[in-house]
Design a binder for this molecule. Structure first.
Ligand code: PMP
Length: 316
């Protein structure tokens, strides 16, 4: 992802503060031990103005992640949704990327985060493509780093510390000249990318794995499955073996940041004819129509930024 462009305001602990003022002390527990949780969401330009895509679902997952780390969120679901809309509006953004974050702050070096205060922030920056120049697809490497399974850490939880696993995988891929990594799970099947779920197209059927494969069940994955159903594309949810990547007609990643991103090469193997396939292109177009409010079937997925929001949180 190209560097972000700072905006004027960040929502932090109940109020908008200038970008430069949203600081944290270096002794923060989350900086020492990775004990934060976060979300990645996007807002899009729609005929009714800017709207955040699947805001409720992202905020629900945020709450699930916080609960998994016994991190008490000092704001309600409604307050966090209102704050997300507010930060987009205050920064006059349309297409944006939002990063809600909650973490154990500075108190003690004990591993047990008891009595660490909780800090919550929502950052919004102008939306960008995730990988520059990748419209024709990305080249991926099957990583030697495997994705953790539920016996190690909860894969469905979006926690800061969990991402050292993805960081190692993507560093290895980049070092070897690839754009992205695919991580296998502890069973040796495919899990997902460093920050995206994976889909296979084989003989006209769309295939993806589920929670059994130690994935983070993506909101984009869920959107793609629903859109595929609406387009009458047959779907199979089942484990994906490494051999499925080799025999695939098409492959793509799904994620908030990458959206629907074709994969054109896996290690030394070229996928299909090396160009985005028909089903990938259909899904990508339909996804763009959904996020930009061009398809009324998916209007429920859009939270309009201009809607008068309930009292924006100002107090804990
Ligand atoms: N897997 C991982 C590891 C991720 O970080 C993400 C991005 N949140 C995804 C999958 C895709 O999730 P979503 O579609 O909800 O963005």
């Amino acid at each position: 992802m190209p560097p972000f462009t700072p905006t004027q305001f960040i929502w932090k602990d109940g109020a908008l503060v200038p970008w430069e003022a949203a600081q944290t002390h270096v002794s923060a527990h989350a900086l020492q031990y990775g004990t934060g949780v976060f979300e990645g969401m996007r807002s899009y330009d729609t005929p009714d103005g800017a709207a955040i895509f699947r805001l409720d679902d992202h905020m629900r997952r945020f709450a699930v992640s916080a609960a998994a780390y016994e991190l008490p969120l000092p704001f309600s679901f409604e307050q966090l949704c209102a704050a997300s809309l507010h930060v987009v509006r205050a920064n006059r953004l349309t297409n944006s990327y939002l990063r809600p974050l909650a973490f154990f702050d500075s108190h003690s070096f004990a591993v047990w985060p008891k009595d660490c205060p909780v800090t919550v922030a929502i950052i919004a920056v102008p939306g960008r493509v995730y990988i520059d120049g990748a419209e024709g697809g990305v080249r991926v490497m099957i990583s030697s780093t495997r994705r953790f399974d539920a016996s190690v850490l909860p894969p469905h939880v979006k926690a800061c510390g969990h991402y050292t696993n993805s960081v190692r995988a993507v560093q290895e891929a980049r070092r070897n000249g690839f754009d992205e990594a695919v991580l296998l799970n502890s069973k040796g099947d495919v899990a997902e990318g460093s920050g995206a779920n994976l889909f296979v197209v084989r003989k006209g059927t769309l295939i993806t794995n589920d929670a059994d494969a130690s994935i983070l069940p993506g909101i984009t994955r869920d959107s793609v499955l629903r859109i595929a159903q609406d387009l009458d594309i047959p779907v199979q949810v089942r484990p994906i073996a490494v051999a499925d990547l080799r025999s695939a007609d098409e492959l793509f990643f799904s994620g908030t940041a990458v959206e629907v991103m074709p994969i054109r090469q896996v290690d030394d193997h070229v996928v299909g004819d090396g160009a985005p396939g028909v089903i990938t292109r259909r899904l990508r177009t339909a996804y763009q129509d959904a996020v930009h409010g061009r398809d009324p079937r998916y209007h429920d997925w859009l939270a309009r930024v201009s809607d008068p929001s309930p009292a924006v949180a100002t107090a804990r």
